[in-house]
Design a binder for this molecule. Structure first.
Ligand code: SF4
Length: 132
């Protein structure tokens, strides 16, 4: 499929319009750093889990495992967006197969709909992620 995406697909958490496959993800580290009022925490059998009251990401995350991941170089990363993010959300675009880019992005509205879009080269091709 080529050409602009219909609005319903633009609102979704992923774009499959070319072989690259990009997902819009929200980074829970941003929820915690901003002390978002939509963030909730609860305890089950002595373990703490957190989630989003707006269900912008749908899963609940084990706080201890999240903190362990955040101490690594890669960090916890992002969770696929399930509902339209709000201003408070730290949103990124995660290309699943950047090596498949053969031509410029066909859905730039999706690609640049996040605070942290992927890098593109001078030809408009999505670049492989680099280490910071
Ligand atoms: S609204 Fe956004 S920033 Fe707040 S908890 Fe949900 S995903 Fe995180």
């Amino acid at each position: 499929m080529t050409g602009p995406l219909p609005p319903a697909e633009l609102a979704a958490g992923s774009c499959r319009s070319c072989p690259v496959w990009c997902d819009r993800v929200v980074e829970p580290a941003g929820c915690i750093e901003s002390s978002c009022p939509m963030l909730y925490v609860h305890e089950v059998s002595g373990r703490r889990f957190f989630g989003c009251m707006r269900r912008i990401f749908e899963v609940e995350v084990d706080m201890e495992r999240f903190q362990q991941a955040e101490r690594t170089h890669a960090g916890f990363g992002g969770l696929r967006v399930a509902r339209p993010p709000i201003e408070n959300c730290r949103v990124a675009i995660a290309p699943s197969h950047p090596d498949r880019a053969e031509r410029p992005c066909v859905a730039p509205d999706f690609l640049f709909s996040a605070q942290v879009p992927p890098r593109v080269d001078d030809d408009g091709l999505i670049e492989e992620p680099r280490d910071a």
